[in-house]
Design a protein around this ligand. Structure first.
Ligand code: FE2
Length: 293
């Protein structure tokens, strides 16, 4: 497992100290980040990631809201509705988080950066930075699901939490928001983990059916990616003759394999190059190998 370097550990420890030092930050932000980290690691496991990779996802999710340290307390803990200007200040917490952690460098920096910066992206492209689909880093798609579930289900100082069945039903009804395979894996895992009385029999039946449904139900056909029920993703490109061809396969645990090449061994590569502008002329991926040695 790649190790965090000293500079990264120092920076993360500094964030942890800042969050612990303020009772409101500790109760509202740090506690939320820790719950999201546990949910994210479990989802990573349900998606097929091994223990070390789950640990990396945990660490990245643990610090996903670090930017809230730079949001004024009057906005962060304001009871009631935020004004448009205050909402903008809140929305800056992803960029501010990247600034706070900018000194961090090391094997996990990509994961931490991606979780911090992109956890408010939506799969349908209607998130903060309007990144869509497979362009959103895998770790951020995991954290986004865990983050919304915790936001809905956790009881906070200003609101009661939804019952798990209600939260899952709401998320399953907003499928454009989430990675289709990961959302189904998350629902299946939460149904297993939730106490029996936290989900009504009707909700359980509907959610089980949803978790077994085809992820492609949520994706327009003919696009740059096909998501299998197994979680494998097939990336497509159009060759010079206008033919649609496979360029790469991403395994459920994030390992990337170019078609016609041997499987690469590392954690998730960046599939954005495969689906980005100009990808049609290039069957290979810019970063098909492991992210870190
Ligand atoms: Fe956030």
């Amino acid at each position: 497992m790649p190790k965090l370097d000293a500079a990264t550990l120092d920076r993360l420890a500094w964030v942890d100290r800042q969050e612990r030092a303020d009772p409101l930050l500790s109760d509202e932000v740090r506690a939320h980040e820790l719950r999201v980290a546990r949910l994210s690691a479990r989802l990573a496991g349900a998606a097929g990631m091994d223990g070390p990779r789950q640990a990396q996802v945990f660490t990245a999710a643990r610090f996903h809201d670090a930017g809230k340290l730079s949001v004024p307390s009057a906005v962060l803990f304001k009871p009631g509705r935020l004004t448009a200007d205050e909402r903008l200040q809140m929305a800056r917490h992803t960029a501010l988080g990247v600034e706070i952690l900018a000194d961090a460098a090391g094997a996990l920096q990509d994961d931490i950066h991606d979780a911090v910066r992109y956890h408010h992206e939506r799969y349908d492209g209607n998130g903060y930075e309007r990144l869509a689909g497979e362009r959103i880093p895998l770790v951020a798609r995991i954290v986004a699901i865990a983050d919304v579930y915790d936001a809905l289900s956790a009881t906070r100082s200003y609101k009661d939490g939804m019952a798990p069945g209600d939260a899952l039903a709401k998320m399953a009804g907003d499928r454009g928001a989430f990675d289709p395979f990961l959302l189904r894996a998350f629902v299946a895992r939460r149904l297993r983990d939730a106490p029996p009385d936290a989900v009504t029999p009707g909700q359980r039946a509907a959610l089980e059916a949803f978790s077994l449904s085809d992820p492609m139900d949520d994706v327009a056909p003919g696009g740059p990616v096909t998501i299998k029920r197994s979680g494998h993703r097939i990336f497509w490109f159009v060759d010079g003759g206008g033919n649609r061809k496979q360029s790469a396969v991403m395994h459920p645990d994030g390992r990337m394999q170019q078609v016609g090449a041997r499987e690469t061994g590392g954690p998730a590569s960046d599939p954005r190059a495969a689906t980005g502008p100009g990808a049609g002329s290039e069957p290979g991926l810019r970063r098909a190998g492991p992210e870190s040695p």
